[in-house]
Design a protein around this ligand. Structure first.
Ligand code: RUB
Length: 335
Protein backbone atom coordinates (compact mmCIF):
# COMPACT_ATOMS: atom_id res chain seq x y z
CA UNK A 1 0.00 0.00 0.00
CA UNK A 2 1.51 3.37 -1.00
CA UNK A 3 2.43 5.75 1.81
CA UNK A 4 3.67 8.68 -0.24
CA UNK A 5 0.80 10.91 0.87
CA UNK A 6 1.41 12.98 3.98
CA UNK A 7 -1.16 12.94 6.75
CA UNK A 8 -1.68 15.05 9.79
CA UNK A 9 -0.31 12.90 12.60
CA UNK A 10 -1.37 13.61 16.22
CA UNK A 11 1.35 15.38 18.20
CA UNK A 12 1.24 12.58 20.85
CA UNK A 13 2.26 10.07 18.16
CA UNK A 14 5.13 12.29 16.97
CA UNK A 15 6.18 12.78 20.60
CA UNK A 16 6.33 9.01 21.17
CA UNK A 17 8.41 8.59 17.98
CA UNK A 18 10.75 11.33 19.18
CA UNK A 19 11.00 9.79 22.66
CA UNK A 20 12.06 6.47 21.13
CA UNK A 21 14.55 8.11 18.76
CA UNK A 22 16.15 10.17 21.54
CA UNK A 23 16.03 7.22 23.98
CA UNK A 24 13.76 8.91 26.51
CA UNK A 25 11.84 5.68 25.97
CA UNK A 26 14.31 2.81 25.61
CA UNK A 27 14.70 -0.92 26.11
CA UNK A 28 13.17 -3.28 23.56
CA UNK A 29 10.00 -4.09 25.52
CA UNK A 30 9.22 -0.48 26.42
CA UNK A 31 9.86 0.62 22.83
CA UNK A 32 7.42 -2.03 21.56
CA UNK A 33 4.69 -0.99 24.00
CA UNK A 34 5.21 2.70 23.21
CA UNK A 35 4.84 1.96 19.47
CA UNK A 36 1.63 -0.01 20.05
CA UNK A 37 0.30 2.85 22.18
CA UNK A 38 1.22 5.34 19.43
CA UNK A 39 -0.79 3.35 16.87
CA UNK A 40 -3.73 3.26 19.27
CA UNK A 41 -3.58 7.06 19.70
CA UNK A 42 -3.20 7.51 15.94
CA UNK A 43 -6.41 5.51 15.39
CA UNK A 44 -8.34 7.13 18.24
CA UNK A 45 -7.51 10.68 17.15
CA UNK A 46 -7.98 10.37 13.42
CA UNK A 47 -10.92 12.01 11.71
CA UNK A 48 -10.75 9.98 8.50
CA UNK A 49 -14.01 8.54 7.24
CA UNK A 50 -12.76 6.66 4.16
CA UNK A 51 -11.46 3.16 4.95
CA UNK A 52 -8.83 3.22 2.19
CA UNK A 53 -7.52 6.51 3.49
CA UNK A 54 -7.44 5.12 7.02
CA UNK A 55 -5.24 2.24 5.85
CA UNK A 56 -2.81 4.66 4.18
CA UNK A 57 -2.78 6.86 7.27
CA UNK A 58 -2.07 3.92 9.61
CA UNK A 59 0.69 2.74 7.29
CA UNK A 60 2.11 6.26 7.31
CA UNK A 61 2.10 6.40 11.14
CA UNK A 62 3.69 2.92 11.28
CA UNK A 63 6.52 4.09 9.05
CA UNK A 64 7.19 7.11 11.26
CA UNK A 65 7.53 4.77 14.26
CA UNK A 66 9.59 2.21 12.33
CA UNK A 67 12.15 4.86 11.36
CA UNK A 68 13.01 5.73 14.97
CA UNK A 69 15.53 3.01 15.88
CA UNK A 70 16.67 0.15 13.68
CA UNK A 71 17.87 -2.72 15.87
CA UNK A 72 15.21 -3.91 18.32
CA UNK A 73 12.83 -6.17 16.36
CA UNK A 74 10.28 -5.72 19.12
CA UNK A 75 9.37 -2.43 17.43
CA UNK A 76 8.45 -3.84 13.98
CA UNK A 77 6.93 -6.90 15.66
CA UNK A 78 4.63 -4.73 17.80
CA UNK A 79 3.60 -2.73 14.76
CA UNK A 80 3.10 -5.89 12.70
CA UNK A 81 0.93 -7.34 15.48
CA UNK A 82 -1.46 -4.40 15.17
CA UNK A 83 -1.21 -3.85 11.41
CA UNK A 84 -1.69 -7.52 10.53
CA UNK A 85 -4.99 -7.53 12.41
CA UNK A 86 -5.96 -4.24 10.81
CA UNK A 87 -5.19 -5.53 7.29
CA UNK A 88 -7.13 -8.74 7.90
CA UNK A 89 -10.15 -6.75 9.08
CA UNK A 90 -9.81 -4.44 6.07
CA UNK A 91 -9.77 -7.41 3.70
CA UNK A 92 -12.92 -8.68 5.43
CA UNK A 93 -14.59 -5.42 4.39
CA UNK A 94 -14.96 -3.87 7.85
CA UNK A 95 -16.06 -0.22 8.10
CA UNK A 96 -13.76 2.65 9.12
CA UNK A 97 -15.03 2.76 12.71
CA UNK A 98 -14.73 -1.03 12.98
CA UNK A 99 -11.15 -0.79 11.69
CA UNK A 100 -10.34 1.86 14.30
CA UNK A 101 -11.71 -0.45 16.99
CA UNK A 102 -9.52 -3.27 15.65
CA UNK A 103 -6.40 -1.10 16.05
CA UNK A 104 -7.35 -0.06 19.59
CA UNK A 105 -8.11 -3.64 20.60
CA UNK A 106 -4.94 -5.09 19.04
CA UNK A 107 -2.68 -2.42 20.57
CA UNK A 108 -4.26 -2.89 24.01
CA UNK A 109 -3.86 -6.67 23.66
CA UNK A 110 -0.20 -6.35 22.67
CA UNK A 111 0.64 -4.05 25.60
CA UNK A 112 -1.06 -6.39 28.08
CA UNK A 113 0.62 -9.43 26.54
CA UNK A 114 4.02 -7.75 26.69
CA UNK A 115 3.66 -6.82 30.36
CA UNK A 116 2.51 -10.31 31.30
CA UNK A 117 5.29 -11.94 29.27
CA UNK A 118 7.98 -10.02 31.17
CA UNK A 119 6.43 -11.09 34.47
CA UNK A 120 6.27 -14.72 33.30
CA UNK A 121 9.93 -14.58 32.23
CA UNK A 122 10.75 -13.41 35.75
CA UNK A 123 8.97 -16.44 37.23
CA UNK A 124 10.46 -18.94 34.79
CA UNK A 125 13.95 -17.44 34.91
CA UNK A 126 13.98 -17.28 38.72
CA UNK A 127 13.89 -21.10 38.77
CA UNK A 128 17.35 -21.07 37.20
CA UNK A 129 18.75 -18.92 40.00
CA UNK A 130 19.91 -20.72 43.13
CA UNK A 131 20.46 -19.57 46.65
CA UNK A 132 23.98 -18.12 46.84
CA UNK A 133 24.24 -17.25 43.14
CA UNK A 134 26.09 -14.15 42.04
CA UNK A 135 24.43 -12.77 38.92
CA UNK A 136 25.96 -10.38 36.42
CA UNK A 137 23.74 -8.27 34.19
CA UNK A 138 24.45 -5.69 31.51
CA UNK A 139 22.62 -2.56 30.36
CA UNK A 140 19.03 -2.18 31.53
CA UNK A 141 16.71 -5.00 30.62
CA UNK A 142 13.30 -5.27 32.26
CA UNK A 143 13.23 -8.99 31.43
CA UNK A 144 16.66 -9.68 32.95
CA UNK A 145 15.85 -7.59 36.03
CA UNK A 146 12.53 -9.45 36.40
CA UNK A 147 14.48 -12.73 36.72
CA UNK A 148 16.84 -11.35 39.37
CA UNK A 149 14.10 -9.58 41.36
CA UNK A 150 11.81 -12.63 41.30
CA UNK A 151 14.61 -14.89 42.59
CA UNK A 152 15.20 -12.37 45.39
CA UNK A 153 11.46 -12.27 46.21
CA UNK A 154 11.48 -16.04 46.47
CA UNK A 155 13.95 -15.65 49.33
CA UNK A 156 17.10 -16.69 47.48
CA UNK A 157 20.17 -14.84 48.71
CA UNK A 158 21.84 -13.53 45.61
CA UNK A 159 24.64 -11.13 44.82
CA UNK A 160 24.33 -8.88 41.78
CA UNK A 161 26.92 -7.19 39.60
CA UNK A 162 25.69 -4.63 37.09
CA UNK A 163 27.83 -2.97 34.45
CA UNK A 164 27.72 0.80 34.01
CA UNK A 165 27.01 0.29 30.28
CA UNK A 166 28.83 3.08 28.57
CA UNK A 167 28.32 5.43 26.89
CA UNK A 168 24.70 5.95 28.05
CA UNK A 169 25.03 4.43 31.53
CA UNK A 170 21.83 2.39 31.46
CA UNK A 171 23.45 0.39 34.29
CA UNK A 172 22.48 3.23 36.64
CA UNK A 173 18.81 2.53 35.91
CA UNK A 174 19.36 -1.18 36.56
CA UNK A 175 21.06 -0.56 39.91
CA UNK A 176 18.24 1.79 40.86
CA UNK A 177 15.58 -0.82 40.04
CA UNK A 178 17.48 -3.51 41.93
CA UNK A 179 18.02 -1.49 45.10
CA UNK A 180 14.38 -0.42 45.04
CA UNK A 181 13.51 -4.13 45.02
CA UNK A 182 15.63 -4.58 48.15
CA UNK A 183 18.79 -6.04 46.59
CA UNK A 184 22.36 -4.89 47.11
CA UNK A 185 24.32 -4.31 43.92
CA UNK A 186 27.91 -3.94 42.78
CA UNK A 187 28.17 -1.42 39.97
CA UNK A 188 31.25 -2.06 37.83
CA UNK A 189 32.86 -0.48 34.77
CA UNK A 190 32.17 -2.49 31.60
CA UNK A 191 35.89 -3.15 31.20
CA UNK A 192 36.04 -4.86 34.64
CA UNK A 193 33.77 -7.74 33.59
CA UNK A 194 36.56 -10.29 33.07
CA UNK A 195 38.25 -9.19 36.30
CA UNK A 196 35.09 -10.01 38.27
CA UNK A 197 33.99 -13.06 36.27
CA UNK A 198 35.52 -15.45 38.84
CA UNK A 199 32.96 -14.20 41.36
CA UNK A 200 30.01 -14.61 38.99
CA UNK A 201 27.96 -17.82 38.89
CA UNK A 202 25.37 -16.78 36.25
CA UNK A 203 25.00 -14.07 33.65
CA UNK A 204 21.50 -12.83 32.76
CA UNK A 205 21.01 -10.22 30.04
CA UNK A 206 18.13 -9.08 27.86
CA UNK A 207 17.79 -8.98 24.08
CA UNK A 208 16.81 -6.50 21.43
CA UNK A 209 16.59 -9.14 18.76
CA UNK A 210 16.97 -12.92 18.62
CA UNK A 211 17.89 -14.17 15.16
CA UNK A 212 16.61 -17.40 13.60
CA UNK A 213 19.94 -19.14 14.28
CA UNK A 214 19.75 -18.23 17.98
CA UNK A 215 22.23 -15.35 17.87
CA UNK A 216 21.28 -12.56 20.26
CA UNK A 217 21.60 -8.87 19.52
CA UNK A 218 21.80 -6.84 22.70
CA UNK A 219 23.57 -3.78 24.10
CA UNK A 220 27.14 -3.45 22.86
CA UNK A 221 29.47 -5.30 25.20
CA UNK A 222 27.13 -8.27 25.63
CA UNK A 223 29.21 -10.47 23.32
CA UNK A 224 32.40 -9.65 25.27
CA UNK A 225 30.64 -10.65 28.49
CA UNK A 226 29.54 -13.90 26.81
CA UNK A 227 33.13 -14.56 25.79
CA UNK A 228 34.40 -13.99 29.33
CA UNK A 229 31.59 -16.16 30.73
CA UNK A 230 32.41 -18.98 28.31
CA UNK A 231 36.07 -18.82 29.26
CA UNK A 232 35.18 -19.06 32.94
CA UNK A 233 32.50 -21.75 32.42
CA UNK A 234 29.75 -19.44 33.70
CA UNK A 235 26.22 -20.06 32.31
CA UNK A 236 25.03 -17.21 30.08
CA UNK A 237 21.24 -16.68 29.97
CA UNK A 238 19.22 -14.33 27.79
CA UNK A 239 15.77 -13.20 28.96
CA UNK A 240 13.66 -12.38 25.91
CA UNK A 241 9.94 -12.25 25.15
CA UNK A 242 8.98 -14.00 21.90
CA UNK A 243 8.26 -10.68 20.19
CA UNK A 244 12.01 -10.10 20.27
CA UNK A 245 12.50 -12.96 17.81
CA UNK A 246 13.02 -11.74 14.28
CA UNK A 247 11.00 -13.37 11.47
CA UNK A 248 13.01 -11.47 8.83
CA UNK A 249 16.18 -13.33 9.84
CA UNK A 250 14.57 -16.61 8.77
CA UNK A 251 15.01 -15.54 5.16
CA UNK A 252 18.54 -14.35 5.83
CA UNK A 253 17.90 -10.65 6.46
CA UNK A 254 20.65 -9.14 8.60
CA UNK A 255 19.92 -7.16 11.74
CA UNK A 256 20.96 -3.53 11.40
CA UNK A 257 23.22 -2.46 14.24
CA UNK A 258 22.41 1.09 15.22
CA UNK A 259 25.36 3.46 15.30
CA UNK A 260 24.67 6.45 17.49
CA UNK A 261 26.08 9.94 17.69
CA UNK A 262 29.81 10.26 18.57
CA UNK A 263 28.92 12.92 21.13
CA UNK A 264 27.50 10.15 23.32
CA UNK A 265 31.15 9.04 23.66
CA UNK A 266 33.13 12.30 23.71
CA UNK A 267 32.15 15.98 23.94
CA UNK A 268 31.65 17.85 20.69
CA UNK A 269 34.53 20.27 21.31
CA UNK A 270 36.92 17.32 21.67
CA UNK A 271 35.91 16.17 18.21
CA UNK A 272 36.32 19.69 16.85
CA UNK A 273 39.79 19.98 18.36
CA UNK A 274 40.79 16.55 16.99
CA UNK A 275 39.51 16.32 13.44
CA UNK A 276 41.71 13.26 12.78
CA UNK A 277 39.83 11.20 15.36
CA UNK A 278 36.81 9.25 14.19
CA UNK A 279 34.60 8.01 17.01
CA UNK A 280 32.58 4.85 16.37
CA UNK A 281 29.58 4.25 18.59
CA UNK A 282 27.72 1.03 17.77
CA UNK A 283 24.87 0.56 20.20
CA UNK A 284 24.51 -3.22 19.95
CA UNK A 285 26.50 -6.33 19.16
CA UNK A 286 25.86 -9.94 18.21
CA UNK A 287 26.41 -12.86 20.57
CA UNK A 288 26.62 -16.13 18.63
CA UNK A 289 24.41 -19.01 19.81
CA UNK A 290 27.34 -21.15 20.96
CA UNK A 291 27.99 -18.62 23.74
CA UNK A 292 24.43 -18.76 25.02
CA UNK A 293 23.39 -21.40 27.54
CA UNK A 294 19.65 -20.80 27.09
CA UNK A 295 17.03 -18.19 26.24
CA UNK A 296 14.34 -17.60 28.84
CA UNK A 297 11.03 -16.85 27.09
CA UNK A 298 7.49 -16.53 28.45
CA UNK A 299 6.90 -20.07 27.10
CA UNK A 300 9.85 -21.63 28.85
CA UNK A 301 13.60 -22.00 28.67
CA UNK A 302 14.88 -22.93 25.22
CA UNK A 303 18.31 -23.62 23.75
CA UNK A 304 19.25 -20.81 21.31
CA UNK A 305 19.11 -23.30 18.44
CA UNK A 306 15.35 -23.64 19.05
CA UNK A 307 14.77 -19.98 18.12
CA UNK A 308 13.58 -21.09 14.69
CA UNK A 309 10.82 -23.17 16.32
CA UNK A 310 9.55 -20.13 18.24
CA UNK A 311 9.62 -18.15 15.03
CA UNK A 312 7.73 -20.82 13.07
CA UNK A 313 5.08 -21.10 15.75
CA UNK A 314 4.55 -17.39 16.44
CA UNK A 315 5.51 -15.73 13.19
CA UNK A 316 4.54 -18.32 10.59
CA UNK A 317 2.35 -15.74 8.86
CA UNK A 318 5.12 -13.10 8.79
CA UNK A 319 7.65 -15.59 7.43
CA UNK A 320 5.17 -16.69 4.78
CA UNK A 321 4.54 -13.06 3.76
CA UNK A 322 8.29 -12.52 3.51
CA UNK A 323 8.87 -15.68 1.47
CA UNK A 324 6.04 -14.73 -0.89
CA UNK A 325 7.51 -11.24 -1.30
CA UNK A 326 10.95 -12.70 -2.02
CA UNK A 327 9.67 -15.19 -4.58
CA UNK A 328 7.69 -12.43 -6.30
CA UNK A 329 10.88 -10.30 -6.47
CA UNK A 330 12.75 -13.26 -7.94
CA UNK A 331 10.00 -13.82 -10.49
CA UNK A 332 10.02 -10.10 -11.43
CA UNK A 333 13.81 -10.28 -11.85
CA UNK A 334 13.50 -13.26 -14.16
CA UNK A 335 10.96 -11.50 -16.39
C1 RUB B 1 18.63 -1.67 25.78
C2 RUB B 1 19.12 -3.07 25.78
C3 RUB B 1 18.31 -4.06 26.59
C4 RUB B 1 17.27 -4.73 25.68
C5 RUB B 1 16.28 -5.58 26.47
O1 RUB B 1 19.31 -0.86 24.85
O2 RUB B 1 20.04 -3.44 25.09
O3 RUB B 1 19.16 -5.05 27.10
O4 RUB B 1 16.55 -3.74 24.98
O5 RUB B 1 15.54 -4.74 27.35
P1 RUB B 1 18.90 0.69 24.73
P2 RUB B 1 14.08 -5.16 27.88
O6 RUB B 1 19.09 1.30 26.07
O7 RUB B 1 19.86 1.24 23.70
O8 RUB B 1 17.48 0.75 24.25
O9 RUB B 1 14.26 -6.49 28.52
O10 RUB B 1 13.73 -4.06 28.84
O11 RUB B 1 13.18 -5.22 26.71
Amino acid sequence: MGVERRFEVPSEVLKIADDIRSMRVRGAGRIARAAARALMIAAEKCSISDRNELMKYMEYCSNILLSTRPTAVSLPNAIAYVMYRLKTAYEQGKSTSELIDVVIKAATEFIKYSEEATKKIGEIGAKLIEDGDVVLTHCNSAAAVAVIVQAHREGKRIGVYATETRPKFQGYITTQWLIEAGLRVHLIPDSAVRYFMKKITKVVVGADTVAANGAVINKVGTSLIALAAKEAGVPFYVAAETYKFSPATVTGELVIIEERDPTEVVPEDYLKRNPRITVRNPSFDVTPPEYITAIITEYGVIPPQAAILILREHYGWAIQEKVMKLSKELEDDRE
